[in-house]
Design a protein around this ligand. Sequence first.
Ligand code: FE2
Length: 636
Amino acid sequence: MKVIAFHVLHDANICICVNGEVRVVLELENFKREYKQTDSVRLQFSKGNNSVNQAAFQTMAMYKTQLLSQVIYKSEMLLGLLIVNRLVLSLAVLIIHESKLDVLNHALYILGLFQVRYFCSAPKNAQFREQWEKAIDEVTKYTGIHHFDVAVTSWVMPSKRLILQELVECDKWIAVDHHLCHATLGFYDSPFQNALILSYDGGGNDGTFNIYSGTRKDYKIQLIKKIGLNLGTPYRQLATCMPEVTGKTFSNDEPTNYMRFAPLALSGKVMGYAALGKVRKEWHQELSDYYKWFVTPLQAIFSLGDQLNLNLEPNALDNENARDLAASSQKVFEELLCAEVNKCLCTLRETGQDIDGIVLTGGCALNVNANYEVAKDFGYPVHVPSAPNDCGISIGAAWQVTPPIQHFPTQYCGLPLHGLDSLTKLAQERNARVVTITELAEIIANGAIIGIARGRQEFGPRALGHRSIVCYPNKQELKDKINRLKSRQWFRPLCPSVTVECARDIFEVCSSSEGAVVKSCISSNGSKGWIPASPYMSFAVPLTAEAKEMFPAISHFDGTARLQTVSNEDEPWYHSLLVAIGQKTNGKEILLNTSFNVKGKPILNNVNTALEILDNNQSDTLDYVLIEDYLFQKSL
Ligand SMILES: [Fe+2]
């Protein structure tokens, strides 16, 4: 059974599966650089005087050197432009004024992206067709499969599905529900036979917080209940009033728009930021009510502000209150999640249903602190898939048609590097040499920071050793250097990869399993206690006192680190590198691991991009780039 599946909204993705085996998954945010370029435009737009004309001019200035579109003047397209909105009107006037009619086609495309980013509306069908035609072409070429038995979509407008139907040769089209996709990916990606599955996020077509049971024996995932609780949106909304988190990028003229359409990326930032604050007990009740009764962003956040006597307009909080609010909100988030898990487990016990694990999925399952609380509190192993957010929807959709017969690892299902055919030539021109794992470990142990680009791209938001920047994390200054290289905020944590064998030497073991079978957790030497298996960086676990001292670059402000546990089965090359690092240092098999990209750019997937980042890093933060097995130095 050949299946192609689509998720067409934010975090858009497409995958191809054959009999449940994932052949490839493509995340459009990584694929289409143009998406990220609009972020820079957005920044300029928001810093300016909010003049539509200025934004239009900046857009044109940014793109006109790159515009190579066919010189075709279509009067009906211009007419279409004129009636869309003020921004389009300004661009059209600018195009006519400068006689740049050749850029019309490209301007249409850019405007489609503007509409997604600013107005949260879908792009026009012409741009939608162009984006998806490219993506479908890429994945069908890679797999060599051009005809499908079934195509699956989740939550798509009928007009857009019609376009997809024109682009894909397929016998049958079906539509599936959003949270069932999250649940399906989470369960079949887990090691469990019978699991409780919680899928929660800022909202899908079928709810915000759904609970399922999964049984592998008969491939059944059944909805137990839907809870009218939205933890995702209110968590993100609160971040808008914290200037250190937002970086103050919003339009002063339209603060409520910024709050209403708060960027998704704020969730991850505020999660790291929460470690700086202290939990205020006196805010607990109001924050709980804010989450429980959250309906519309503006009403909820302003009435919370009144109750707490805080100004919660965008960027209005002072840093002390902002940090404490982040910490208090995180605490309430965790408590509300754990309360739901507890209720579900009580019900299962009453009905005599056995489970061997809990699956957390949906965008909120990127909250690594909450994941650890559930793992710690209930005595069951917890599994989070590599893409619990909407990046994973297409695989969940495909697996509803044909589930995988056996566990199928998905974390490296992306595309191989583009430009590999020129790698040998580039290596010769730049005197790059093939290095062994032992040589590489020696270089890293001596303090080098290395960009790694090997094999197929990761699937999901975390870099797991194929598109990673790594170093030995024994100095605080390494964290500061890498955060500068990537233009990340100073408070955001950098995370470690550790071998499963060495994890207990670096992290505090948890002993609260209360006799439950903890199959997926790491234990050794028969001693009590465990650490959650975390092959996809899904849990923030406390470091030992010794490790905090020894590895300051990966120790977050609350003494935790979001670990990636690496086994030989997960990734043999990366596991061997970690073992070699242990041999070259003090026995600790650990590396700092962050995604190989720079600000405004997606995680790289191109040989030339890797070398550009190496050559352009002004402060010489990045010492080498490893592409496949070739080690490149900066070009002189
Ligand atoms: Fe979702």
